[in-house]
Design a protein around this ligand. Structure first.
Ligand code: 13P
Length: 249
């Protein structure tokens, strides 16, 4: 079966709750494309009003992060049960900004992935190399390691419905989108890595997104690649342009 594309926004630390509602109301008619899954991952405080605002539309709301413990003395963190109770079905895990600024590691990513799955929330696992790693020629090796650790103790059945986002760090927020060849090459390598860990059926089922300076101008060519099943969009998901990305065909 063909994989349904998942076109997701990552709002990062943008949009107050009232701005979130306004933007969702603006986007609703612009993203009405049932051929793809449409998701907006929003700041924790925006989740509840965003879910309310998105009701009756094809927009799903996701989270940008969660903690790997059930509950307790972890000031400032959001638990998987909280997300689940708010109706959240997707959570971004291990974004490079969280790795860079909040000391997340492949090990904490793996713990979060397992916890999200346990609660029926689909993790969108982020991976991606730095510019130095690309120049050193270690991109694929590095990403294979990130993937292998992220999927430790995840079963094949669970892995099939997980989402992976390949986001080269040098392409995030820089306006420097990866070429379609670069993006396809790494997404293909990620799928091959999943086939190695599990099997061909799991690799064929898993959705792999590209992220990093995706715009309305680059979306169609990127999403036409054999191993790219949609995008994780930062800056352009905060504007009406996101509608054009969702309706890329
Ligand atoms: P930009 O689209 O702003 O480059 O951000 C990409 C990203 O980090 C999505 O998670």
């Amino acid at each position: 079966m063909a994989r349904k594309k998942l076109i997701a926004g990552n709002w990062k630390m943008n949009m107050t709750p009232s701005q979130a509602v306004e933007l969702i109301n603006t986007l609703k008619p612009l993203v009405a494309n049932d051929e793809v899954d449409v998701l907006l991952c929003v700041p924790a405080i925006d989740i509840i009003p965003a879910v309310e605002a998105a009701k009756g539309s094809n927009i799903q709301i996701g989270a940008e992060n969660m903690y790997f413990e059930e509950k307790g003395a972890f000031t400032g963190e959001i638990s998987p049960a909280m997300l689940d109770d708010a109706g959240i079905k997707y959570v971004i895990i291990g974004h490079s900004e969280r790795r860079q600024y909040f000391a997340e590691t492949d090990e904490t990513v793996n713990k979060k992935v397992l916890k999200a799955i346990e609660h029926g929330i689909t993790p969108i696992i982020c991976c991606g190399e730095s510019l130095t790693q690309r120049e050193q020629g270690v991109t694929i090796d590095f990403i294979r390691q990130q993937i292998k650790i992220a999927f430790l103790n995840v079963t094949a059945a669970q892995a099939a419905s997980v989402v992976i986002a390949y986001e080269p760090i040098w392409a995030i927020g820089t306006g420097k989108v990866a070429t379609t060849e670069q993006a396809q090459e790494v997404c293909k390598a990620i799928r091959e890595c999943i086939a190695e860990i599990y099997d061909d059926a799991t690799a064929a089922a898993i959705r792999i997104q590209y992220g990093g300076s995706v715009t309305a101008a680059s979306a169609a060519e990127l999403f036409a690649q054999a191993d790219i099943d949609g995008g994780l969009v930062g800056g352009a998901s905060l504007k009406e342009e996101f509608g054009k990305i969702v309706c890329y065909k």
